[in-house]
Design a protein around this ligand. Structure first.
Ligand SMILES: *[C@@H]1O[C@H](CO)[C@@H](O)[C@H](O)[C@H]1NC(C)=O
Length: 273
């Protein structure tokens, strides 16, 4: 009797498992895609390759949501109005066509990272310098005063962080780039996340710019690109100086004018505030 029960259970499980494998996986997407802050509205959309009757959204190590749906839709949307820390996390979705057929496999995970503007933005520095020759090793250091269990390095133009690292104690992390290439050129910023809420992020901090010059270029190219930077700074300074002088002369001319008026015995100008 017992072997028969085992065989029956095994058979049922095998049938259910094989049916589940026949259903193509759904995919999950986030709207808006990035930079969602605490309190913002956000939607997780489960895209269904087949018409489904029920759709589930699971938060890893958290709760699950389910939704019965209109048969003709090819996606199910789960909306969070005014997001809270607890909503931040890693999500997957799954669907079921009918109760007699097993559920689909789960989608690939999608991370909902929420920015908490009460975290102070981290600081950043770059070593040895921001204009380097190809092949140089550079280090970008991120730090903050208080918490910060994990630091993330972002590059402008990339939607996801390009590197991350647990802090080396003392709320700091070092990102090393061995033998940089011109492709590493760009603008970098840091963020950090606390241990308690690994999907709640600080805002992005200040940026550092990295400029990598190919060694194949005529020698002096690094100096040239850094010289360009210096020239731009000098031009800005001169422009500010000229403007300042202009303002000074205008004020000076005005005061001269007013003094001359006084000398001519004109009635003093009364300014009513
Ligand atoms: C870069 O770092 C690697 C590994 O630490 C080292 O072997 C190499 O000599 C360094 N290169 C330069 C140019 O400092």
């Amino acid at each position: 009797m017992a072997p028969m029960v085992v065989a029956l259970i095994l058979g049922w499980w095998l049938v259910a498992a094989s049916r589940a494998q026949q259903l193509p996986r759904p995919s999950l997407s986030l709207h808006p895609i990035q930079r969602v802050s605490l309190g913002d509205n956000v939607a997780l959309r489960c895209h269904l390759p087949r018409l489904a009757a029920w759709v589930w959204l699971y938060q890893e190590r958290g709760w699950s949501y389910n939704k019965g749906k209109e048969k003709e839709q090819d996606a199910a949307e789960f909306s969070f109005v005014s997001t809270q820390r607890e909503h931040a996390g890693r999500y997957r979705c799954q669907y079921r066509v009918s109760w007699s057929v097993g559920a689909s496999e789960k989608s690939d995970p999608v991370e909902l990272v929420l920015t908490d503007h009460s975290y102070s933005p981290p600081s950043i520095s770059i070593h040895p310098e921001q204009c380097v020759e190809m092949g140089t090793n550079i280090t970008i250091r991120c730090w903050n005063k208080d918490y910060g269990a994990a630091f993330f390095l972002h590059k402008d133009g990339s939607s996801a962080p390009i590197k991350h690292q647990d802090s080396s104690g003392g709320g700091a992390a070092k990102f090393t780039f061995l033998a940089v290439t011109p492709a590493d050129s760009g603008t970098y910023r840091c963020s950090y996340r606390s241990r308690g809420y690994p999907f709640v992020s600080s805002p992005l901090g200040d940026s550092v710019m990295l400029e990598v010059t190919p060694t194949a270029a005529p020698s002096g190219a690094v100096e040239q690109s850094c010289a360009n930077l210096v020239m731009a700074l000098v031009r800005g300074f001169v422009a500010a100086l000229v403007f300042g002088l202009g303002v000074y002369f205008v004020i000076d001319a005005r005061s001269l004018w007013i003094r001359r008026d006084d000398n001519c015995g004109a009635p003093p100008v009364t300014v009513r505030v």
